[in-house]
Design a protein around this ligand. Structure first.
Ligand code: FAD
Length: 416
């Protein structure tokens, strides 16, 4: 990918990965034209606050942008917003826009992120047209939702993942009466140990949230006008009345463009550790990309640090420099006064070691496999999280009792 001088780089998607990618491209020395085509009407912005401080109204839209327009202008990055790419024509080396025009590329980045998984139940399509039914992915979604976040209203959240729990924390603080319906036997079941799930369920219940686990949803009820959702029907026949509904049941990666263009797609656009696809002129980064991790095999990760790291590797690769993405994945979640930070992927762990007690508001949980630390969750433990990023990256072998002993500073484990 070193033949980039003077060429045109087209970037599909103006999200987090792209915001990082385009400025890195200039830093790496790319001197051609850079054009970002984004379906939303905004410059690249941070999504994490959407279910946190932007939903609560603590921050304004201006603070969401990754960089001001002037930064992009200074490095000569062009944007075409409110515009979808409908097709990638690899033979002609162009992308076809939703208004029918074509744009030539020499190099292409597919940073298309993902879209919300829609509720797969009867009535969902009608609910999506109702003003009080919401998904949580974009600024526009939250601007719609916020108008309904009024004190005393009954909010039903379908899905007890991070986004659902964060929205529940915000809504509770704003005085709404919140019910969470989670189909799995516990919240956060896909990503944490039962001990962590139990901790978060307790915290939410103490705050007044009605958490119902093992409860699938099977239908939606509407008011007499048929314009607003009035309740959710559970698989066991229970009806939960609602003034507002949020569905947060996951994400589907936007891989269709890549697939139709003949690129390899398998739970994400398949890339290498430099974010290169099977086409030497095309990179892909972020939620839509599936990359090889030295620690965990092939993974597709939905997180800001992942989007940023992949974007950096891609920018370097386009400029002929090979800087592999090797960092352990990490993520965070803010709920009430709890900052949760996670590093690594815990799937397949054999032993959980707690450091501190889940009865309080500060503890760590380490996931071990074959005696090695493969992941860790940290609640209000910033310093230990920083050390743990290295412990996980190095997959350190530890004695569980040493790890659990809070009198032993974690950093001493690194020195071995
Ligand atoms: P996106 O930021 O989704 O950007 C992709 C863009 O591409 C979108 O704007 C989309 O409209 C556009 N696009 C798609 N197809 C086309 C097309 N054909 N033509 C033109 N444009 C197109 N991560 C964390 O690490 N910590 C958190 O606390 C956290 N909280 C989150 C809270 C919420 C509510 C959400 C929604 C996400 C959160 N995430 C969090 C995840 C994080 O925001 C994503 O991992 C990150 O945004 C991924 O960046 P991306 O560039 O891959 O995708």
């Amino acid at each position: 990918m070193s033949d980039a001088a003077g060429s045109t780089m087209v970037v599909i998607g103006a999200g987090h990965a792209s915001g990082e990618f385009v400025t890195c491209l200039r830093q790496e020395g790319f001197d051609g034209r850079i054009l970002v085509i984004g379906a939303e009407s905004y410059l690249p912005y941070q999504r994490p606050p959407l279910s946190k401080t932007y939903l609560s109204g603590e921050v304004t839209i201006d603070s969401l942008y990754l960089k001001p327009l002037s930064t992009y202008q200074r490095v000569n990055v062009e944007f075409m917003l409110n515009m979808r790419v409908d097709k990638i024509d690899r033979a002609q080396k162009c992308v076809v826009l939703s208004d029918g025009r074509s744009v030539h590329y020499d190099k292409l980045a597919i940073n298309t992120g993902g879209r919300v998984r829609r509720l797969p139940i009867p009535g969902a399509e009608q609910a999506e047209k109702a003003s009080n039914f919401h998904y949580v992915r974009t600024i526009d979604d939250i601007d719609r939702l916020r108008r309904h976040m009024e004190h005393g209203r009954r909010l039903v959240i379908i899905g007890g993942g991070y986004i659902g729990l964060e929205a529940a924390a915000v809504a509770t603080k704003l005085g709404l009466k919140v019910t969470i319906l989670e189909a799995a036997p516990r919240v956060l079941a896909r990503v944490t140990a039962p001990e962590l799930s139990a901790f978060y369920e307790r915290v939410h219940r103490e705050a007044g949230v009605d958490i119902r686990t093992g409860v699938g949803v099977s239908g939606i009820e509407f008011d007499a006008s048929n314009d607003a959702v009035s309740g959710i029907v559970c698989a066991d026949g229970t009806k939960v009345p609602a003034d507002v509904v949020i569905a947060g049941i996951g994400l589907i990666p936007n891989t269709e463009l890549a697939e139709a263009a003949g690129l390899e797609v398998a739970n994400g656009i398949v890339v290498d550790e430099y974010s290169r696809t099977s086409d030497p002129d095309i990179v892909a980064c972020g939620d839509c990309a599936n990359h090889p991790s030295a620690l965990y095999g092939r993974v597709r990760i939905e997180s800001v640090p992942n989007a940023v790291e992949q974007a950096r590797a891609a920018a370097a690769a386009i400029c002929g420099k090979l800087k592999p993405y090797t960092a352990a994945p990490w993520f965070w979640s803010d709920q009430y006064d709890l900052k949760l930070q996670m590093v690594g992927l815990s799937q397949g762990y054999e032993q959980l070691v707690l450091r501190g007690s889940t009865a309080g508001k500060s503890f760590a949980a380490f996931y071990l496999k074959g005696g090695r630390i493969i992941a860790g969750d940290f609640v209000n433990r910033l310093q230990e999280f920083m050390v743990a990023k290295k412990l996980v990256a190095e997959q350190i072998v530890v004695e569980p009792q040493v790890l659990a002993d809070e009198t032993v500073p974690l950093k001493t484990l690194l020195q071995k």
